[in-house]
Structure formats: C-alpha cells, structure tokens
Design a protein around this ligand. Structure first.
Ligand code: NAP
Ligand code: GCO
Length: 270
C-alpha cells in the first residue's frame, strides 16, 4: 500500500450511504460523519414531518445535499422501494447503516405480546429486511458494508427491557450470520454497539427528579461507566467511519462496542 492509499483508508469519497432513522440522535451523528468523510448520504424516518424536520437539522449543520425519505423499515415492500428510490436518486448503496430502533421499558410479565413483537420488528426484523434489500446489489457490484447498530444490551440484560435485549442480542447474531454468508463476496457486516448515549431514546433515564436531583439511573450509569459520563452521539462518529471505510475491509462479523468501557467493568465496589 502506498502512503497515499494509507491516508485514504478512511475516505468515503465516491460512496453512497443509507442510514435508517437518520433524523436525530445516533443516526443523525452517523449520517453527518459519513457525509464528512465524503459519502453521498440518504436517510429515512417514519414520516414526512420527521424527514422535513431532519432536513432542517442537516441544513443547520451546513449539509444541504442529503436526501430524506419517509419509510417504516418494518414494511418490506416500502423498504424495497426505499432502496430503489435511493439507488435511482443518489447512487448504488455501498454502505447501509441499520440504525432505526425503538425501546419499550415494561416489566416483562406486564408486557403485551404485541409490544414485544413491535420492538423485535423494528430492532431485528427491519435490519434483516433492509440487508436483504441491499445485498443483491452489493453482491453484483462486488463490495458492500452493512453496519447494524447493536447495543451493550446485545450482551447484557436488565429489568424491563426483555424485548429490546432479545432483539439486540439477535441483531448481533444476524450480523455474524450476514458475515458468514456474504464475507466471501467482499461484504463486511459489523455491529456498532453503543453504551449509554444521551439521546431522545434515553431522555427518560436522565430526567431530573422533582427535588432537582439526578435520576437514580443516571447516577447508576455514570458510576458503571469507566469513562465516568454518558456518551454523546458524536462519540460514535469515528467508529462508524471506520466500519464504513476500507480501513475495516478485513474486519467482519465484529461488534465494535463504543461504550466508555462499560462491558470491561464489573462496577465499583461499595
Ligand atoms: P432515537 O433518538 O429514538 O432515534 C430513533 C430513530 O429511529 C428516529 O430517527 C426514528 O424516526 C427512527 N425510527 C424508529 N422506528 C422506525 C421505523 N419503524 N422506521 C424507520 N425509522 C424508524 O434513538 P437513538 O438513541 O438515536 O438510537 C438509535 C439506534 O441506536 C437505535 O437502534 C437504538 O436502539 C440504538 N442504541 C441507542 C443507545 C442509546 O443509549 N441512545 C444505545 C445503544 C444502542 P422517527 O423520529 O421518524 O420515529
Ligand atoms: C435502557 C436504555 C438502553 C439504551 C442502550 C444501551 O433502557 O436500558 O434505553 O436500552 O438505549 O441500548 O446500550
């Protein structure tokens, strides 16, 4: 490899990326990172209103060339159309980021089966649907990157999030299976596993108490994280660029945890 090729390892010039749920939070940060690294970026969200709001957020960051599409990624027909629309309007998809996700915090025995199913549908079935939609094109073109946004809860359980942990644990194995099935065709499928990141999804866990004190879960997580803080969505930018770029061409079926060290730590002794 020449010096110039080494310098370009992280460049995404000439690539097209699709980020599901890229309108705020982690998806927005990942989409901005891929764009800054040179990719043409498309994203989807659940509604026209979400897309419009997101386009204004991108514009506020000086990004005016992203394309947004309304699409519920649990609907296979709409997901297939999304991929066709992006490939027509932006370019053949080189990088898919399965970021869209939801959580329902309900004690397991109170959780309705339809709630469990909806979480699994969005967090696990939709990444399967999206990967299935882009893989034939990636195979035909001889390369592709799929990044599945997993979680430290792909490894750990906790009270009230049975559906989420089941889905994110499944997503880790789906990642490994896509690697197993398509690795020989120069497709890398990896997971990005955030720790606790300050976004809309985790806002209820950081709400101030009526007496102004911090939420007990907020204090618990900061104590449980060697970095001593919540992550910011921007902490995921570098790992996302790495997994989307040629720098990770021999990294496959791996879950890259960006968690401030949570999974390495047993917790502080009392
Ligand atoms: P967020 O702030 O709640 O954003 C979720 C995004 O997903 C939104 O853009 C939302 O779009 C979109 N979305 C939800 N359901 C969708 C569907 N059916 N079809 C298309 N888009 C859909 O979440 P976040 O905290 O940024 O999390 C992003 C991903 O990281 C999720 O997979 C989450 O599980 C994972 N994660 C988060 C954390 C954390 O601490 N925050 C940690 C580990 C992993 P609308 O606004 O249109 O609904
Ligand atoms: C929760 C949180 C988590 C985070 C994240 C942790 O209730 O425990 O919302 O599910 O979103 O996935 O990595």
């Amino acid at each position: 490899m020449t010096e110039m090729q080494i310098r370009n390892l992280f460049s995404l010039e000439g690539k097209t990326a699709l980020v599901t749920g890229g309108c705020y939070g982690i998806g927005f940060a990942i989409a901005r990172a891929l764009h800054a690294a040179g990719a043409k970026v498309a994203f989807c969200a659940t509604s026209d209103a979400s897309v419009e709001k997101a386009l204004a957020s991108y514009a506020a960051e000086g990004i005016t060339d992203v394309r947004g599409y309304p699409c519920d990624v649990t609907d296979e027909a709409r997901a297939q159309k999304l991929v066709a629309d992006v490939e027509r309007d932006v370019g053949a998809i080189d990088i898919l980021v399965n970021n869209a996700g939801i959580i329902k915090r309900i004690p397991m025995c109170d959780m309705k089966v339809e709630d469990f199913r909806r979480v699994v549908d969005v967090d696990l079935v939709a990444p399967f649907i999206m990967a299935k939609a882009v893989l034939p094109g990636m195979v035909a073109r001889g390369h592709g990157k799929i990044i599945n946004v997993c979680s430290i809860l792909s490894e750990l359980g906790r009270e009230t999030v049975a559906a989420y942990t089941a889905a994110k644990g499944g997503l880790k194995l789906l990642t490994q299976n896509i690697c197993a099935e398509f690795g020989g065709q120069n497709i890398q499928c990896n997971g990005l596993g955030p720790g606790y990141i300050a976004t809309q999804q985790t806002a209820p866990l950081r709400e101030r108490q009526s007496d102004g004190s911090r939420h007990p879960f907020d204090q618990f997580i900061v104590g449980r994280t060697p970095a001593g803080r919540w992550g910011e969505a921007e902490d995921l930018m570098g790992p996302a660029i790495f997994l989307a770029s040629d720098a990770s061409n021999f990294v496959n079926g791996h879950i890259l945890y960006a968690d401030g060290g949570v999974l390495a730590y047993i917790g502080k002794q009392p």
